[in-house]
Design a binder for this molecule. Structure first.
Ligand code: C5P
Length: 218
């Protein structure tokens, strides 16, 4: 029998990544940050001199990604690109290459390989709808766009990057529209997902809620 999966899907900056990490830690499970794979693909495209207009090039680079996830680093060809792929430029290109079916297809098997005992917490946009449709617990994590922009702003500032709140808000809106509006694997709650709104809840509360849902399920 396949290892259990908890999927956490939702828009950019809803807190999915942190919450997935914390839930995985509490359960002693593996974690998949699927957005990182799209970001790594975008970085590979940029480094290959691409501008995000060539689907075949992006799919080829996605298939060949040489990546290793470590607790505190994401290695691409041995180089730690963990911080680099968080930049807005890479995130914006990621959401464009992610709209291409050939790129999504190229990353599918790689994502499913993360499903190992004792279990997996997978975060992204289509974890519950496309990649792990048989997951026993699916969470759709939403939050108000203004709240998400504030959080992203604080994150960037804390890391010493410059940031502008209005620009971030516009970027988030554009990225949400692209992720929700695309033809292939759009951002949408799976029919059997539980929607959790994190606008007015801290991380600890959301983590507890997810763990409670898992115990209730098991
Ligand atoms: O979650 P994160 O912001 O790191 O994802 C970067 C981009 O990758 C998203 O804007 C989205 O377009 C894409 N993505 C996706 N499917 C996933 C995860 C991320 O299309 N499962």
């Amino acid at each position: 029998q396949a290892a259990p999966v908890i999927t956490i899907d939702g828009p950019t900056a809803s807190g999915k990544g942190t919450i997935a990490q914390r839930v995985a830690q509490a359960l002693g499970w593996h974690v998949l940050d699927s957005g990182a794979l799209y970001r790594l693909t975008a970085l590979a495209v940029l480094r290959d001199g691409g501008d995000g207009t060539d689907e075949a090039q992006a799919a080829r680079l996605a298939r060949r990604l040489d990546v290793r996830f470590q607790p505190d680093a994401i290695l691409m060809g041995g180089e730690d690109v963990g911080a680099l792929i968080r930049q807005e430029e890479v995130g914006n290109l990621a959401s464009r290459v992610a709209a291409w079916p050939a790129v999504r297809e190229a990353l599918l098997a790689r994502q499913r390989d993360f499903r190992r005992t004792p279990g997996l917490v997978a975060d992204g946009r289509d974890m519950g709808t496309v990649v792990f449709p048989d997951a026993p617990l699916k969470i759709f994590l939403d939050a108000d766009v203004g709240v998400r922009a504030q959080r992203r702003y604080k994150q960037l500032k804390d890391k010493g990057f410059s940031a502008n709140l209005d620009d971030l808000l516009q970027d988030l809106r554009a990225r949400d529209a692209r992720d929700r509006g695309r033809a292939h694997a759009p951002l949408v709650a799976a029919a059997d997902a539980v929607t959790v709104d994190s606008s007015h809840q801290g991380i600890d509360d959301v983590v507890r809620q997810v763990l409670d849902l898992w115990s209730a399920h098991g």
